[in-house]
Design a protein around this ligand. Structure first.
Ligand code: SF4
Length: 141
């Protein structure tokens, strides 16, 4: 029987981080499962690392964490913080979608001078970036 976690290429969050984020959200495994649209068994499997955490589940989890610990109103757009030149900014989907406070959530952003076309590679960079508002909730990988 499916646990609800898709076995696609895994994201960047490991089981320990998954459990730590759940604790920050103040949720039981059952409650988090409901929020993520997964089965409780899927959440348990993610925390025990019995199954890969899909990119979709990871993005959903990080978005919930962002809603809990941060606020768009208190953040300035990434292109200001990072002083992006207009030729980079104009090609970046974060600019196009006016998502400068949520750039980490948008795949394909132009970070470190080139398009970040994979979520896993992008997250590696985001985890080190001064713009990423969830840095202190994740270990640096
Ligand atoms: S590296 Fe990530 S957090 Fe930093 S500006 Fe790019 S998308 Fe945003």
């Amino acid at each position: 029987m499916s646990t609800g976690i898709l076995l696609l290429a895994g994201g960047s969050v490991d089981g320990r981080e998954f459990a730590s984020i759940r604790n920050t959200l103040g949720k039981t495994q059952e409650q988090l499962a409901r929020l993520l649209g997964l089965s409780p068994k899927a959440v348990q499997s993610a925390e025990q690392e019995w199954r890969n955490i899909s990119i979709q589940t990871e993005r959903h989890l990080l978005f919930l964490l962002f809603l809990k610990v941060s606020s768009v109103e208190n953040l300035q757009p990434c292109w200001l913080t990072r002083n992006c030149p207009s030729e980079t900014r104009d090609r970046c989907p974060a600019w196009e979608l006016n998502a400068g406070q949520l750039c980490w959530f948008v795949n394909g952003t132009i970070c470190r001078g080139r398009e970040q076309d994979s979520w896993k590679k992008k997250m590696k960079i985001c985890r080190q970036c001064e713009v990423f508002p969830l840095k202190k909730y994740l270990s640096s990988q």
